[in-house]
Write a new protein. Structure first.
Length: 133
């Protein structure tokens, strides 16, 4: 789909690296000590703000990202707690990433899987309605 994605990377979080963090960030990152999956740093791109509206010239890309997330059942790009848009922007472009909930259907127990995946179930509508886009 030629969506703008970040470059994935492995990261090693050490006790020493925690020294630059404080408060809630420190506690969150401390739970992830060791080898982690992350994203390569992209200069001049920042995390999209919570409930930040896309400028008109990015709406088409926003719709494509939304459609892709529905297709792969990615419930992670949400405006609900913990409010992870998993998008970066420089004000002109978007970059997306996801490290956790993509392909959510693989977590369904076999007897609970959607036997008609082309039909959106009520349970799926709940996370779709919470999508940040």
């Amino acid at each position: 789909m030629e969506l703008p994605v970040t470059v994935p990377a492995f990261m090693s979080i050490t006790i020493e690296s925690l020294s630059i963090l404080e408060g809630e960030e420190y506690a969150t990152v401390k739970r992830s000590l060791g080898l982690n999956f992350g994203t390569k740093y992209v200069d001049k791109f920042l995390t999209c703000g919570v409930n930040q509206r896309l400028p008109d010239f990015l709406l088409d890309m926003g719709w494509q990202i939304f459609a892709f997330d529905v297709l792969i059942q990615n419930a992670d790009r949400s405006h609900d707690a913990p409010k992870k848009q998993n998008m970066l922007t420089n004000g002109k472009e978007l970059l997306i990433f996801d490290h956790e909930l993509a392909f959510g259907f693989v977590f369904d127990l076999p007897f609970n899987r959607n036997k008609e995946p082309w039909i959106i179930r009520h349970l799926d509508k709940l996370w779709i309605e919470k999508h940040c886009l």
